[in-house]
Design a protein around this ligand. Structure first.
Ligand SMILES: Nc1ncnc2c1ncn2[C@@H]1O[C@H](COP(=O)(O)OP(=O)(O)OP(=O)(O)O)[C@@H](O)[C@H]1O
Ligand SMILES: [Mg+2]
Length: 238
């Protein structure tokens, strides 16, 4: 078994008195791609925030790269290689694609560049363009490519497909997954395109109303998609 990079046990977190997520258990191992699925409002984004120290945990525990995750440690965690790509992309409109890449402080950036651009052929043609002029999908590609250049150890991507045509997601995800397996970093994806996500994942966890309702290997879930559909409506318990 590969090294455990992240271990979450019984994580409960939220924004007020009512928890938005409850009892989340999750393990991410080196080179593994895991997808977090669930309907709108199920708690997927909240889970990513809790796992990266951006939202306080009210009970349970998270260890990432040997660091106990607590609110206020987000910077330490990101320096250690835990990278979250939010669904609003966070690119700088006035900087070009190349300038974004130059922001990445990585000695391996040059050697990684070709490999990362291979995963994003559309982006390779746009290196001189300012991010503000890119389409939403292209901005998302830029945000992910920049994260990959930095050499993540745990990469979490929230709704990469937001604003992206399924065909682009289908082209991008295998590249990210291949890089993860080759370099041994872990990927936690939040995705709406269930079948595409499962096709590149090792495992998936389905949330419904803030609780885990189904976890299995991606192969098993692809073989019986009705299990995922049922879990979306919260009718199945884990
Ligand atoms: N900042 C916030 N303040 C209060 N409640 C919030 C906040 N953000 C999210 N919530 C609530 O927490 C619950 C989980 O939201 P979350 O954003 O994690 O869902 P999600 O699975 O990412 O949904 P989506 O697929 O729509 O992105 C929802 O009921 C949502 O309304
Ligand atoms: Mg969300």
């Amino acid at each position: 078994m590969s090294e455990v990079l992240l271990q979450a046990t019984g994580v409960t977190a939220g924004y007020g008195l009512v928890p938005a997520i409850q009892g989340i258990d999750l393990t991410l191992r080196a080179g593994e791609v895991v997808t977090l699925l669930g309907p709108n409002g199920a708690g997927k984004t909240t889970t990513l925030l809790a796992l990266t120290g951006l939202l306080p945990i009210s009970s349970g525990s998270v260890q990432a790269l040997g660091i106990p995750v607590k609110a206020g440690r987000a910077t330490k965690l990101s320096r250690a290689g835990t990278i979250l790509v939010p669904d609003d992309r966070g690119v700088f409109p006035d900087l070009t694609v190349s300038e974004h890449f130059r922001l990445v402080d990585s000695r391996r950036r040059r050697e990684r560049m070709a490999r990362v651009l291979d995963a994003f052929p559309a982006l390779a043609k746009l290196t001189g363009r300012r991010a503000g002029l890119l389409s939403g999908g292209e901005q998302q590609m830029l945000a992910i490519a920049k994260s990959l250049l930095a050499g993540p150890r745990i990469l979490m991507v929230d709704e990469m497909s937001l604003g992206l045509a399924p065909i682009i997601v289908q082209e991008m995800l295998p590249g990210i997954a291949a890089l993860a397996r080759e370099e041994g970093f872990a990927v936690l994806l939040v995705e709406q395109h269930v079948a595409i996500a499962l096709s590149v994942s090792d495992r998936a966890l389905v949330l419904s109303q803030g609780r885990p309702v189904l976890e299995d290997s991606a192969a098993a879930l692809l073989a019986d998609p009705s299990r995922v559909e049922t879990a979306y409506f919260g009718a199945v318990s884990a």
